[in-house]
Every structure is written in structure tokens, then in C-alpha cells.
Write a protein that binds this ligand. Structure first.
Ligand SMILES: NC(=O)c1ccc[n+]([C@@H]2O[C@H](COP(=O)([O-])OP(=O)(O)OC[C@H]3O[C@@H](n4cnc5c(N)ncnc54)[C@H](OP(=O)(O)O)[C@@H]3O)[C@@H](O)[C@H]2O)c1
Length: 247
């Protein structure tokens, strides 16, 4: 029986999810399974998409709909509710259930990579949906963090305040970029932090996976920091999506 899955977002052509699931379906001999990319101009277009594709069993959700989609769901799991963002939808008997797998995917990825020693602190750049997923993961790992925002009152500090207090970067050995700055095709930009404060003891994680080495990661690498992009997190969250759709 034909089963459809896919990714909804505003611009999804850059996504690696389709090739991930196409390869998976091929490897596992699931010839009637398909994964497609669906660009929605507005989140309310989801209703038409579902009407036109009754074979849809599951969707991934990306920018800018992870928060907006919640209003259209029948049910949202506890973690997604807490984070306020959904990146996986399970469709069963016409009912939509929202789940967040970004948070646990980030947790699994960072846990085996970052040596979480007593006194470790983190700095999270950006305060959007993926930032909230990262915050939830760091709480579970007992790593204290500060969030950096462009606007006062949205995060813990602004980029301006960060630049005036050099100790924050020096003391935050884990730095995570959750902004879309540097993501393909706009690769020529990055979050404005002072890279002179980055040392070989720093671990710099960029949630972006396309390009593999953003300008942000390149700058950190030049300072001999340990770097990681978002590809492993993407793969872990995709496997978690698959487990949810098959449960
Ligand atoms: N690897 C993975 O599995 C994975 C999973 C999720 C997301 N991601 C990636 O993570 C990135 C963010 O996704 P998201 O869903 O969190 O997006 P989002 O909800 O739009 O949030 C991004 C945040 O970044 C900050 N920001 C946005 N534009 C900015 C700009 N021009 N300059 C400085 N800061 C800016 C904003 O925070 P302030 O307004 O507070 O500054 C915003 O809330 C994307 O590149 C996405 O592809 C990767």
C-alpha cells in the first residue's frame, strides 16, 4: 500500500531530508513509500495538502512553521508543548499529533561529543524554535546556559551586551548557533560574536548542516576550537521521526 511522508516549510529545496528517506526506503525495500518536499506559502495551506494527499502518514516541519503548526494539530506531546515547537507530525485516522524530536536529537548528539565537566557553561545564539529545543536538552544535561538575542528582553543578553562582556565567551566552553545565519544559499554571513575569545578549549556547534562548514564554524576552526555541524542531529531526529510514524 502506498504511504507518503514529507517535509513542510516555506523553502525546502535545500533540505537533506528527502535524500535521507529516499535512501532509507530503497535500502529497506519499501518501494511504495515516498518522501516529498512541500513548500507551503502559509501554514493554513496544510489543510489542502492533506486533502490532496490522503496517503500522507507523517510530516516533518521546518522554518517558519514549527510554532505556527501547533494551532492546526489535534494533539501535541508534552515535550513539544513545553518547547512550543513541533518538528514531526504523525497522521492517523485523519488526526494530527505533533512531537518534537529536535531536542532529544540535539541531546544525543552533544552528549557524546562535549565533555560536560563540573562548571561547564553554554551560550546559545538565537531564541527561536530550535533554540528552545536546545535549551530543553541542556537543562536535561545540567549544563547552565545563557541565550543571546538581537532584541533586549527576548534572550538573556543581546549581542551588544555580549560584545561588552568578553568573559562570557571565555567562560562558555560550549557555544551553539541556532540562528539561520550562514545557511545555504546565504552562506556569506554569521552571528556577530568575537572570535578572538574562542580558544582550543571551546566546543562550537552549528545546527546548520548545509553548508557542512558555515563561516561560523570556519572561524571557530581557525581558533582551533572543536567544531560540529547539524548533520548528525538531523539524522538522529529523522530516525526518531521514522520511529514515531511507525509506532
Ligand atoms: N540540524 C538539525 O537537525 C536542525 C534542527 C532544527 C533547526 N536547524 C537549523 O537551525 C536554524 C534555526 O532554525 P529555527 O527553526 O530555530 O529558526 P527560527 O525559529 O526562525 O529561529 C531562529 C532564531 O535565530 C535568530 N535570528 C533569525 N534571523 C536572524 C538574523 N538575521 N540575525 C541574527 N539572529 C537571527 C532569532 O532569534 P532572536 O530574534 O532572538 O535574535 C530567531 O528566533 C536553521 O538554520 C535550521 O535549519 C537544524
Amino acid at each position: 500500500m502506498e504511504k507518503k511522508f514529507g517535509l513542510i516549510g516555506l523553502t525546502v529545496s535545500h533540505s537533506f531530508s528527502k535524500s535521507f528517506f529516499d535512501e532509507k526506503f530503497f535500502r529497506e525495500g519499501l518501494r511504495d513509500y515516498h518522501y516529498d518536499l512541500y513548500e507551503l506559502k502559509e501554514i493554513k495551506d496544510l489543510k489542502k495538502l492533506l486533502g490532496d494527499n490522503p496517503e500522507l502518514c507523517g510530516l516533518n516541519v521546518t522554518i517558519p512553521y514549527k510554532e505556527q503548526v501547533i494551532q492546526l494539530l489535534n494533539d501535541v506531546d508534552a515535550t513539544a508543548k513545553k518547547i512550543g515547537a513541533v518538528n514531526v507530525i504523525k497522521i492517523k485516522d485523519g488526526k494530527l499529533r505533533g512531537v518534537n524530536t529536535d531536542s532529544d536529537a540535539f541531546l544525543e548528539s552533544v552528549e557524546k561529543w562535549f565533555p560536560n565537566e563540573p562548571g561547564s557553561k553554554a551560550l546559545i545564539l538565537g531564541t527561536g524554535g530550535s533554540s528552545k529545543a536546545v535549551q530543553e536538552a541542556l537543562k536535561k544535561l545540567n549544563i547552565p546556559f545563557q541565550t543571546v538575542s538581537r532584541s533586549k528582553g527576548t534572550g538573556d543578553i543581546t549581542y551588544d551586551e555580549l560584545s561588552k562582556n568578553g568573559n562570557i565567551i571565555s567562560e562558555s566552553k560550549l557555544i551553539i548557533n541556532t540562528t539561520p545565519l550562514g545557511m545555504s544559499p546565504n552562506t556569506n554571513t554569521m552571528a556577530p560574536i568575537d572570535f578572538d575569545k574562542i580558544t582550543p578549549q571551546h566546543y562550537v556547534y552549528d545546527l546548520i548542516y548545509n553548508p557542512a562548514r558555515t563561516q561560523f564554524l570556519q572561524k571557530a576552526e581557525m581558533r582551533n576550537a572543536t567544531i560540529k555541524n547539524g548533520l548528525e542531529m538531523l539524522h538522529i531526529q529523522a530516525e526518531k521521526s521514522w520511529a514515531i510514524w511507525n509506532n
